[in-house]
Ligand binder design. Structure first.
Ligand code: GLN
Length: 309
């Protein structure tokens, strides 16, 4: 089923949902905080947003879930829009080949994280956005509400509190980078912002719509420009190479799209110029990516022939 016309993707989504339902082995929900450990791996939703703002989906595509690291795409874009290339002096853009919460490379690289999508890099981005806006999490939430058209999106303060209670590793990352002068706000304030950011609840529909500026080469839902076409390309490129952590090579091989995952089981993906996708299923593989989510995106690009390659 190679689709190149402007036909709706709905039949493809139906077929994928059907296939996924019969696929055994859904992975396990993240278990580092109780709120995520309760996730049911049988849940599955998938949404497509066209660049014109049309959105549709299958399964649990309107069910809100914990967005977690998917938010790192938006904080990166929001910060890049404000400071441009200056950001890259403080965070790299190379895949890490290590787990998303790894500390090992920081000492060798003088407190400069490998990329903005591992936790260390996301903490740097949130710190810089916090300095520029006074409220990084609030700036993120406003953006998500506006782009998705869903003013009800909000933080899940219970999840944020739970992250704080189990936050030693992120605190260690932030303090270690602060020792190199790469964090500019008090670490407790930064962690509070970062955990609120990760706690945002949104559905596949919300996130597909909110990501659409990346398919529109930097143009927001209201037609204004967030950042340049070149910056949209930069964010998509970093998603492709780093968005699924140490599985980014396999994700590029199977899916062939820029993508960003989170431990809540969500993944967003971009078909530049055409559409955005969001899948959700809470069962993760050992790299922290949704098993059914990656499988569904793999099937989508295979069935439609749409990928950046
Ligand atoms: N809040 C999580 C953490 O910082 C997000 C990680 C993720 O989604 N990969 O550990």
């Amino acid at each position: 089923v190679i689709m190149t016309s402007s036909l709706t993707f709905e039949p493809v989504l139906e077929r994928i949902a059907e296939e996924i339902e019969h696929t055994p082995g859904r992975g396990r929900p993240a278990d580092y905080i109780p709120a995520l450990a309760a996730g049911d791996p049988r849940r599955f939703g998938m949404a497509v947003a066209e660049v014109d703002g049309t959105v549709y989906g299958v399964g649990d595509w309107r069910e809100p879930f914990s967005t977690q690291s998917v938010t790192k795409v938006f904080t990166l874009a929001l910060d890049l829009a404000r400071e441009g290339d200056e950001l890259w002096a403080h965070v790299g853009r190379e895949p890490s080949g290590n787990a998303f919460n790894s500390l090992v490379q920081l000492e060798y690289e003088d407190g400069i994280p490998r990329n903005p999508f591992i936790n260390a890099g996301a903490l740097v981005v949130t710190d810089r956005l916090l300095t520029r806006t006074g409220d990084a999490a609030g700036t993120l939430l406003d953006f998500l509400r506006t782009e998705s058209g869903n003013g009800a999106l909000d933080f899940d303060l219970e999840v944020a509190a739970s992250e704080t209670a189990h936050g030693d590793r992120n605190a260690a990352l932030a303090h270690f980078m602060a020792s190199y002068g790469n964090i500019h706000n008090p670490v407790p304030l930064l962690l509070d912002q970062y955990f609120k950011q990760c706690s945002v609840r949104a559905s596949c529909a919300d996130l597909a719509l909110a990501t659409a500026f990346l398919a529109r080469h930097g143009v927001r839902a209201d037609g204004s420009r967030l950042f340049t076409r070149s910056q949209a390309k930069q964010v998509n490129a970093v998603m492709l190479t780093c968005g699924t952590y140490d599985a980014a090579g396999d994700f590029a091989y199977r899916v062939g799209l820029p993508g960003k995952s989170g431990v809540g089981g969500g993944i967003v993906a971009v078909v530049p110029g055409r559409c955005t996708l969001c899948v959700w299923s809470p069962g993760l593989d050992d790299r922290g990516n949704s098993v059914a989510g990656v499988a569904a995106l793999d099937r989508f690009t295979t069935l439609t022939g749409l990928s950046v390659f």
